[in-house]
Design a protein around this ligand. Structure first.
Ligand code: GLN
Length: 453
């Protein structure tokens, strides 16, 4: 099949299903021409990249030059990116086709896509349910075959959560493994771009393209051009795996508990040694996560002031306060909430009680997980403690929503790599299992995920 035919078929499929699923905020009309160019290159014997003709969707918080990048916000409704994110340039070099920009919660804050200013995405397994978030559009587009793979961003679970809810593989790499240059920041000290794919091997394949040092992001680490695909079938024989007690606490859905137990048995059957481990600080992790991320969001979102970025730049008739009020008006409810929290928790007189305490929890949790990795090669837990729930069910209860992140935020707060692998289905709804490894042990993590898949 030619790149053109495959792209045409993909676009046709998108046009037939996306009205219902709403995975995309925009579809790339030029994709066919790009595919045609690739076919021409092949015909004339020119070298083509290894992603040639692959339709990939991109979460709408990553910049693709000359394309709209909205972050699913009214604030950036008409923002056209002037440059490519590093991940985009790397995939362009390999002749990937960016088929469209994927729906998300506004500025990646949320976990259901219901905070998208353009309406939620729907779970392909049950359209009454949320696909998870914030990279919900990414997971839906992969799960519903609207592309072959997607890139999302994971600040506190936003790649792994929707992957789990939509039965896809979702990867949050070691902090620094993938450049964040061109990713619109939410909480930059802990977030990473990560692939959403249908198989673990596809994730390893994409990591081979997009990881590595980047002079434009000084938090990137040198992975010495690691090949994540080679040895992917090495298995888990002899690996020691800790089962995180606090991530199967009371309130975990019985179907999720039983899927996790089955996953543990499977790994044991393959020669792994599994036993329970306690990470005490997990119980404070959600509180610490939302304190730290709101603080960083407050600072990162200050640029949307209608002077540098915004939607209406006329200052006529306004003084400072009313101008700022007008500038902020186009943020949705969740972003507004985070900005208010983010202004309060690090402020003079309150920082010691909230922000500094949150940093202490982050440090203690990191110490605990580092100690665990002295004993265990990997850790295991359900990705999300509950099954995909109905759209609208938790939208008015922000704290209930925050708590759904209990199993995912630890990897972000500690910088560790983590993957969600589709493992079971209960009442027609997918359940993902999460594995974590120590920093820079991404390759071993992928091998274990491959064994579990
Ligand atoms: N639900 C979390 C939040 O709203 C995670 C979001 C993310 O990972 N981008 O902050």
């Amino acid at each position: 099949i030619s790149a053109e035919d495959f792209t045409a078929a993909t676009l046709e499929h998108i046009h037939s299903v996306d009205e219902k699923l709403h995975a995309f905020l925009s579809v790339n009309d030029d994709a066919i021409n790009q595919a045609r160019e690739i076919d021409k290159k092949i015909k004339s014997g020119d070298k083509v990249g290894v992603c040639f003709g692959m339709p990939i969707s991109i979460k709408d918080n990553m910049c693709i030059k000359n394309s709209k990048t909205t972050c699913a916000s009214k604030m950036l409704e008409n923002f056209v990116a002037p440059y490519d994110a590093t991940v985009i340039s790397k995939l362009k070099e390999q002749d990937a086709i960016f088929i469209g920009k994927a729906n998300m919660d506004e500025f990646a804050m949320g976990l259901t896509t219901e905070f998208s200013a353009y309406g939620p995405s729907k779970n392909p397994w049950n359209v009454d349910c949320t696909p998870g978030g914030s990279s919900g559009g990414s997971a839906v587009s992969v799960s519903a075959f609207e592309c072959v793979a997607s890139l999302g961003s994971d600040t506190g679970g936003s790649v792994r959560n929707p992957a789990s809810f939509c039965s896809a593989v979702g990867y949050k790499p070691t902090y620094g493994l993938i450049s964040r240059y061109g990713l619109i920041s939410y909480a930059n000290s802990i977030e990473q771009i990560g692939p959403v794919t249908r198989t673990v091997k596809d994730t390893a394949f994409l990591l081979n393209m997009i990881t590595g040092l980047d002079p434009n992001d000084n938090t990137t680490v040198d992975n010495k051009s690691e090949d994540y695909l080679s040895g992917i079938d090495s298995g888990v024989e002899g690996k020691k795996i800790g089962i995180i007690k606090e991530m199967m606490a009371e309130g975990t859905d019985p179907a999720v508990v039983s899927a996790t137990k089955d996953a543990i048995s499977k790994l044991e059957g393959l020669g792994a040694i599994c036993e329970e481990v306690s990470l005490d600080m997990v119980k404070y992790s959600v509180a610490a996560y939302y304190t730290i991320t709101a603080t960083e969001a407050g600072s990162n979102l200050a640029r949307y002031d209608n002077l540098r970025y915004g939607y209406d730049f006329s200052v006529e008739g306004y003084e400072f306060n009313s101008y700022i009020q007008k500038a902020r008006k186009n943020f949705g409810p969740e972003v507004t909430r985070r900005m208010i929290i983010g202004g309060f928790v690090p402020s003079a007189g309150h920082a010691g009680k909230y922000f500094l305490k949150a940093l202490k929890v982050k440090n203690k949790l990191t110490k605990e997980i580092n100690d665990a990795f002295k004993k265990y090669d990997l850790l295991i837990a359900p990705t999300v403690p509950i099954l995909p729930f109905k759209l609208g069910e938790k939208i008015d209860d922000p704290v209930a929503l925050f708590l759904v992140d209990i199993n995912t935020v630890t990897a972000n707060l500690t910088g560790k790599p983590a993957i969600s692998v589709p493992f079971a289905v209960s009442n027609g709804l997918p359940i993902g299992i999460q594995l974590l490894a120590d920093s820079m042990n991404d390759k071993m993590l992928l091998q274990a995920a491959q064994a579990l898949e």
